[in-house]
Design a protein around this ligand. Structure first.
Ligand code: BAL
Ligand code: ZN
Length: 874
C-alpha cells in the first residue's frame, strides 16, 4: 500500500463548484447520477492536466462531458480512479455509477442498516458512492435528489433544506435537498428509511426559529428526549461561550444501529450510532447519558469547528477534532462538574493516549504521513489535540482565547485550512508568539517533566527545578523542548495555600501560578517561606505530560485531604494507590499493606461532608490498564493480583463503612442525571462492587435486591456487573439470563449485556466469550456487537486477554482476521491491544508478537490492518 505524505500536498488541480446528485435506491442496488460543475483551479500549476476523480467499488455506467457521452477512449476507469484525459477549463461532467449498499459491510459510503439506507463519508467514503475529488479542500454546493419506494422508505433525507418532493411511478417518491453552504464531500449524508420523526424548535440568539428533528426507528421513539435536550443546550452554549449561531433552518439527527464511529457531523444531518444518542433511564446508564450529551454537543459544535471552517487535508484532522473535543469538554464541564470532567479526561489521556504515544502507532497531533487515514482517528488527534488547544487557552487566558477563536472563524469561514492557520489566528488576536508552541503539533511522544526541589531555610526560598524531556518515537528522535504551561500551588503544613512570590519583594502574589516552560531545564524560586512547602504540581492537568517528583506517601496523604485543587486531591490519591499496588506486584501474598491507605479511604467513604462527586472518583482504584501503562515490563496477572489484594484489603477493612455508605446513598427521588444523583449512584455501586469482591453475604443480598428493584439502568447494571464479576456463579447465571430475557429486543442494552460478560475478569472466561460469538444476539456486521464482545474482552478483561498460555492473543488474532474481510476499519481498531507487545514481560511479548504475525500473514489483508500490523512489527 502507498504512503501519503504531508510534504507532498498540492492544491487541487480542479475545483468543483456545484454537485447535482440523483440517487435511485432499490433493493438490489442504487444508481447514482452525478453532475459536477468543474473548473481549473487558478491556484494550481497543473495546467491542463487530466482530470482525476477518486472511486472505490463503483460500477461505472456512463461518463458525459457537457452533456456529450464520452467514448471509451476518452477516459480511463482504473477502479480507484477515473481519469478524463482532455477537459476544458470549465465544464460539466456527468457520471452514472451503480453501487450495492445492501452488500456494503465496510459501512463506508452508502450502506444499509436495519433496512434503512444511510451514509458515512468521512474520511474517504464518498468515493464509494460516485467518482469525485475526495479531499476536504474541494468544497462544493450540493443538490441531492433521493428516489425510493414510498412504503419502505417514507423518509428521504440529505443535507440542507428540502426544496422539492413528489410521487413517481411504481409507488416511488422523491425529495430534493439543497445545501447552500459549500462543503467537502466527507460531510455529505443521505438517509432513506421508515423512521419516526421527533420535532422541537430552538430560537437562536438573533431570533431565528430552527426546526430540530430526530429520526429513529419506531421502537426507539421514547429514547429521543435526552438527545434533543442536549442539542438545545449545546446550541445555546455555543452562542453564549463561542458566539456561534446555527446557520441552516433545519437541524436533523438520525440514529442508526450499524455505524463505525460514534457519530458524524454531516452538514445539517448528523448521523449517530444508536448507542451514542438513544437513552431512557430504563435502558441507559448515567455514563451513557453523559456520553450522549457530550457527543450530541460535539457533533453540533462541528457545525462551526469542522464544517464552516474545515481541514485542508487529513493531516490537519486535529484542527477540527482537537478543537471540537475541547469545546465539548468545556460544555460538559459547564453542564456538570469541572473537576470531575477534568479527572475523566486526564484519566483517558494518561491511561490510553499516553500508551498510544509510547506505542508503535505514535504520531504527532499533526501527522506527517499515513497509509490509511481511518487509522488516524486516534486519541492523539482527538484528546491530545484537545489538550493542545486547551494549553493555548491556558497561555492566552479566556478572553484572548475567545478573541482568537472569533478571528479564526471570521478569517477562515468557508475555507479549508491547517492547524497552523488556527495557531496563527490565536497569535494575531493575542499578540503572543506561539512559534515554539507549534512543536506540540509536530513532535510525537509524551513529554516527561522531572521535578526536583530544595528549601533554603536561611533565605526562606523554595527552589523548584523542572527538566523537560521527550522520548523518541517512531521516526522522531532528539526532540526540542515544548512550550508548556505548568500550573502549581504550594501548601504549608496546615494545608493553607501559600502566596507564590517569584521575587523577595513581590506584593499580592497569587496562590496559584501557571509557569511557562520553554527550556530543557528551569529553576523557579519562591520567596518568603518559613518552611519547606508541599508542592501541588500540574494542577488541573495543565499539560499532557508525565510528572516525576519523589513524592513521599506522607505528602500524598496530605495532598489527598488538603489540596485546595480538587483535581490534584484526586491525583494524589491515585498516586498513592499506584505506589501501594506497585509495591505489591510480584511480592509474596503476606507482604504487609500500608495501613494509611485504609485510613485515607475510610475518610472518603465515611465523611459525607466531602464533595461526593469527587469522592466517587477518588474511590476508583487506578485501573489495570493504567498500571500496565506505568509499568516498564508489564506482567498483567501479577498486576491484577496486586490490585485485587489492595481492593480486598480495603473492602475487608471498610466492610461496615461500605454497607453504611451503600444505605446512605439509597435514592428516593425520581431519576435525573444531576451531578449529585450520579455521584450517589456511583458511590452506591462502588460500595456494592467492593462488598462482592470479598464475597460478603449481605452485599450479595443487596446486589440481588438492587438488580430486581432497580428503576434505572445504572443501578441494574451496577448490580449485574458486581454479580457477574463475583464468585457467586449461580446468581451470575441467573441475573444474566433474566437480563437477556428482559432486554433482548433492545440492541443497545444487549450490547451492554455482551460487554459485561466479555469484560469480566473472572477466571476461565474465554470459552464463554467464544460462545457469545455464536449467540443469536451477535452479529459480525454490527460494529457495536463486535466491540461489545471482542473489543471488551481484549481491552477490558486484561487477565483473560493476557492469559499465560497465549489463548487470549490467538483468539484476538483469529477474530481480527475474520473481521478484516467484513469491516477493515473495525478490524484495524480491534488489533490495537496486540500492537503493544513490546510493553509486556518477555513470556507475553513473544506470544503477542506471534499472534500479530498470524494477522500479518493473512491473505488479502486490508490496508487498514496492514498499516497497523506492519508498523507495530517494525
Ligand atoms: N468526524 C468524525 C466523528 C467526529 O469526530 O465527530
Ligand atoms: Zn469530531
Amino acid at each position: 500500500p502507498q504512503t501519503i505524505y504531508l510534504s507532498e500536498y498540492r492544491v487541487p488541480a480542479y475545483l468543483v463548484d456545484n454537485v447535482d446528485l440523483r440517487f435511485e435506491l432499490f433493493e438490489d442496488g442504487a444508481r447514482v447520477h452525478s453532475t459536477l460543475a468543474i473548473r481549473r483551479n487558478p491556484e494550481s500549476d497543473a495546467g491542463a492536466a487530466p482530470l482525476e476523480l477518486d472511486g472505490d467499488s463503483l460500477v461505472l455506467e456512463s461518463v458525459a462531458l457537457n452533456g456529450e457521452v464520452l467514448a471509451d477512449d476518452a477516459f480511463e476507469d482504473r477502479g480507484d480512479r477515473l481519469i478524463v484525459n482532455s477537459v476544458p477549463e470549465q465544464f460539466k461532467l456527468s457520471v452514472v455509477t451503480w453501487i450495492e449498499p445492501q452488500n456494503n459491510t465496510r459501512l463506508e459510503g452508502l450502506y444499509k442498516s436495519s433496512g434503512m439506507f444511510c451514509t458515512q463519508c468521512e474520511a474517504e467514503g464518498f468515493r464509494c458512492i460516485t467518482f469525485f475529488p475526495d479531499r476536504p479542500d474541494v468544497m462544493a454546493r450540493f443538490r441531492t435528489r433521493v428516489e425510493a419506494d414510498k412504503t419502505a422508505y417514507p423518509v428521504l433525507l440529505s443535507n440542507g433544506n428540502p426544496v422539492e418532493s413528489g410521487d413517481l411511478d411504481n409507488d416511488r417518491h422523491f425529495v430534493t435537498w439543497e445545501d447552500p453552504f459549500p462543503k467537502p464531500c466527507y460531510l455529505f449524508a443521505l438517509v432513506a428509511g421508515d423512521l419516526v420523526e421527533k420535532r422541537d424548535t430552538f430560537t437562536t440568539c438573533s431570533g431565528r426559529d430552527i426546526d430540530l428533528r430526530m429520526y429513529v426507528e419506531p421502537r426507539n421513539a421514547d429514547k429521543c428526549a435526552h438527545a434533543m435536550d442536549s442539542l438545545k443546550r449545546s446550541m445555546r452554549w455555543d452562542e453564549d461561550v463561542y458566539g456561534r449561531e446555527y446557520d441552516l433552518d433545519i437541524f436533523m439527527i438520525v440514529a442508526v444501529d450499524d455505524f463505525n464511529m460514534g457519530a458524524m457531523e454531516n452538514k445539517g444531518l448528523n448521523i449517530f450510532n444508536s448507542s451514542c444518542v438513544l437513552a431512557s433511564k430504563e435502558t441507559a446508564t448515567d455514563v451513557a447519558f453523559q456520553r450522549i450529551e457530550a457527543i450530541v454537543a460535539h457533533e453540533y459544535f462541528h457545525n462551526w469547528s469542522g464544517n464552516r471552517v474545515t481541514c485542508r487535508d487529513w493531516f490537519q484532522l486535529s484542527l477540527k477534532e482537537g478543537f471540537t473535543v475541547l469545546r465539548d469538554a468545556q460544555f460538559s464541564a459547564d453542564m456538570g462538574s469541572d473537576t470531575v470532567k477534568r479527572i475523566e479526561d486526564a484519566t483517558l489521556m494518561r491511561t490510553a493516549q499516553f500508551a498510544e504515544d509510547a506505542g508503535p502507532m505514535s504520531h504527532p497531533v499533526r501527522p506527517s504521513s499515513y497509509i490509511e487515514i481511518s487509522n488516524f482517528y486516534t486519541l492523539t488527534i482527538y484528546e491530545k489535540g484537545a489538550e493542545v488547544v486547551r494549553m493555548i487557552r491556558t497561555l492566552l487566558g479566556e478572553d484572548l482565547f475567545r478573541k482568537g477563536s472569533d478571528l479564526y472563524f471570521e478569517r477562515h469561514d468557508g475555507q479549508a485550512v491547517t492547524t497552523d492557520d488556527f495557531v496563527k489566528a490565536m497569535e494575531d488576536a493575542s499578540g503572543r508568539d506561539l512559534s515554539q508552541f507549534r512543536l506540540w503539533y509536530e513532535q510525537a511522544g509524551t513529554p516527561v517533566l522531572d521535578v526536583a526541589d530544595e528549601f533554603d531555610a536561611e533565605r526562606g526560598v523554595y527552589r523548584l527545578t523542572v527538566r523537560q524531556s521527550i522520548p523518541d518515537t517512531p521516526g522522531q528522535t532528539d526532540k526540542q523542548p515544548q512550550h508548556t504551561p505548568f500550573a502549581l500551588g504550594l501548601l504549608d503544613e496546615h494545608g493553607k495555600a501559600l502566596p507564590l512570590r517569584l521575587s523577595a519583594n513581590e506584593q499580592d502574589a497569587p496562590v496559584e501560578r501557571v509557569l511557562e516552560l520553554t527550556d530543557e531545564s528551569h529553576v523557579f524560586e519562591f520567596h518568603g517561606l518559613a518552611q519547606k512547602p508541599t508542592p501541588s504540581l500540574l494542577r488541573h492537568f495543565s499539560a499532557p505530560v508525565r510528572v516525576h517528583y519523589p513524592w513521599t506517601r506522607e505528602q500524598l496523604l496530605f495532598l489527598m485531604s488538603h489540596d485546595p485543587d480538587g483535581f490534584n486531591r484526586w491525583d494524589a490519591g491515585q498516586r498513592l494507590a499506584v505506589d501501594v499496588i506497585q509495591s505489591l506486584v510480584g511480592e509474596p501474598k503476606d507482604t504487609p499493606l500500608d495501613s494509611r491507605l485504609v485510613t485515607a479511604y475510610r475518610h472518603l467513604v465515611t465523611d459525607s461532608s466531602l464533595d461526593q462527586a469527587l469522592v466517587a472518583k477518588m474511590l476508583q482504584l487506578p485501573s489495570e490498564a493504567y498500571l500496565i501503562e506505568l509499568a516498564r515490563e508489564a506482567d498483567v496477572p501479577a498486576i491484577h493480583a496486586a490490585r485485587e489484594r489492595v481492593l480486598k484489603h480495603l473492602a475487608i477493612a471498610l466492610r461496615d463503612d461500605l454497607v453504611a455508605c451503600y444505605r446512605r446513598n439509597a435514592s428516593g427521588e425520581d431519576y435525573a442525571v444531576t451531578p449529585e444523583q450520579v455521584a450517589r449512584r456511583s458511590l452506591r455501586n462502588t460500595a456494592l462492587a467492593w462488598l462482592l469482591v470479598i464475597n460478603d453475604e449481605e452485599g450479595r443480598e443487596l446486589a440481588l435486591r438492587q438488580y430486581r428493584e432497580a428503576d434505572n439502568m445504572t443501578d441494574r447494571m451496577g448490580a449485574l456487573r458486581a454479580l457477574v464479576n463475583s464468585d457467586y456463579e449461580s446468581d451470575r447465571e441467573q441475573v444474566l439470563d433474566d437480563f437477556y430475557q428482559r432486554f433482548q429486543t433492545d440492541p443497545q442494552v444487549v450490547e451492554q449485556w455482551l460487554s459485561v460478560q466479555a469484560s469480566s475478569p473472572v477466571a476461565g472466561q474465554l470459552p464463554k466469550v467464544r460462545a457469545l460469538l455464536e449467540h443469536e444476539a451477535f452479529d459480525w456486521r454490527n460494529p457495536n456487537k463486535v466491540r461489545s464482545v471482542i473489543g471488551a474482552f481484549a481491552g477490558q478483561n486484561l487477565p483473560g486477554f493476557h492469559a499465560v498460555d497465549g489463548s487470549g492473543y490467538d483468539f484476538l488474532a483469529e477474530q481480527v482476521c475474520r473481521l478484516d474481510d467484513i469491516n477493515p476499519q473495525i478490524a484495524a481498531r480491534l488489533v490495537t491491544p496486540l500492537t503493544r507487545w513490546k510493553k509486556f514481560a518477555p513470556a507475553y511479548r513473544s506470544q503477542m508478537k506471534s499472534a500479530l504475525e498470524q494477522v500479518r500473514d493473512k491473505s488479502g489483508l486490508s490496508k487498514d490492518v496492514y498499516e497497523v500490523v506492519h508498523k507495530s512489527l517494525a
